[in-house]
Design a binder for this molecule. Structure first.
Ligand SMILES: Cc1ncc(COP(=O)(O)O)c(C=O)c1O
Length: 355
């Protein structure tokens, strides 16, 4: 590390966040980015107008509490507005959760592979990282997660549907696990892709019994607002108050607040679109399995193809030649659901690479 500035030594150990690559252009082929689990559908009707109106006075700060958005979310979920914490994406909520719980000498338990931010945030807080390997079918190993908790553990992260592998957590699994976790340890259920799932644990219901359960949600995926950066946490009032202490004021911009409110008002359309994406995902996953690939239960807006490292490099490269960017991670390749033309090209690559 450089000696020029008094930076933390730990920075050298931070795992890098590798964003999804943009597609490489290829003559005659429309490029597609299926590497960041973005929503490929056009904006919901009304959202662009709401954005324009909210951006009319860029000189003004937004409402720092996002009170109207918080009220809409609380109303929709039937929770107390004091339990809703808005942030610049679920990422900011996850970051704040690590900020209020972790420090040197503490530990955080999470499944792995899962969302890449988890180990990065743990490193940022100087906490011990305790990744627990997923089961072979891409699901959380709850016995392993419970066994990894000790009296240094301040935070447990769960992801349903799990990014990148795809399966959700079931109600019984969540309930059984929460019954084992000390009730002063915060457990986060990251539900970034919940709207695409046909079956998933009901985090809202579980919270009623377990005050240490916090939900992390986002408008980035099913609502298609990733570029605006808006998400929220649902947490016990004491935890929510701590979260507000560490989140930067004004982090959710006025256009983001307005677009999220407009989208919530159109939640039925959001649900229809999420179902459309899920139907395409199911067909795509089925076709890949028919070709002989190992594809776990896919419940998000993406499909995981388990591959050995060499095959994953080859698969990613063959997709790039077709002007399609997919995401290669440890243990395989993740393909976000996109337009049919893009998925057809991936299927062509898969047919040529069948195991
Ligand atoms: C599992 C999971 N959680 C949280 C996020 C963060 O989403 P955002 O910060 O855009 O709300 C992502 C983004 O890809 C994700 O995959």
């Amino acid at each position: 590390m450089s000696n020029r500035f008094l930076l933390r030594d730990a920075l050298a150990e931070f795992p890098p966040y590798v964003p999804g690559k943009p597609p490489v252009s290829s003559p005659g082929l429309t490029p597609y980015k299926l590497s960041s689990n973005e929503n490929h559908l056009p904006p919901l009707p009304g959202v662009l107008d709401a954005l324009t109106a909210a951006a009319a006075v860029p000189a003004n700060y937004p409402d720092p509490t996002a009170a109207a958005l918080v009220a809409d979310i609380a109303d929709r979920l039937d929770v107390d507005p004091a339990e809703v914490v808005p942030g610049a994406g679920a990422s900011e909520i996850l970051s704040a959760l690590t900020n209020i719980t972790l420090e040197s000498g503490t530990s955080v338990v999470y499944p792995w592979p899962s969302f890449e931010m988890y180990p990065i945030l743990a490193s940022a807080r100087g906490a011990e990282k305790r990744p627990v390997a997923l089961l072979p079918d891409g699901r959380h190993d709850f016995a392993g997660l419970a066994a990894a908790i000790d009296d240094t553990t301040r935070l447990v992260l769960l992801c349903s549907p799990n990014n990148p592998t795809g399966p959700t957590i079931a109600d019984a699994e969540l309930e059984g696990f929460l019954a084992e976790v000390p009730d002063n340890v915060i457990v986060v259920l990251d539900e970034a892709y919940l709207e695409f799932a046909s079956e998933a644990a009901d985090g809202l219901a579980a919270r009623k019994k377990h005050a240490n359960l916090v939900l992390a949600r986002t408008f980035s995926k099913a609502y298609g607002l990733a570029g605006l950066r808006v998400g929220y946490g649902v947490a016990d009032v004491e935890i929510a108050t701590a979260l507000r202490q560490v989140i930067a004021p004004f982090s959710v911009t006025a256009p983001a607040q307005a677009a999220a409110r407009e989208s919530l008002a159109r939640i039925d359309e959001v649900a229809v679109r999420a179902k459309e994406v899920a139907a395409v995902r199911d067909r795509f996953a089925h076709d890949l399995r028919e070709l002989g690939f190992d594809v776990p239960d896919a419940q998000g807006n993406y499909v995981w193809i388990a591959l050995d490292p060499e095959a994953a490099v080859a698969f990613e490269g063959a997709c790039a030649e077709q002007a399609v960017a997919v995401r290669r991670l440890q243990g395989g390749v993740r393909v976000s659901i996109g337009p049919d033309e893009a998925l057809d090209r991936v299927l062509k690559v898969a047919a040529a690479a069948r195991p």
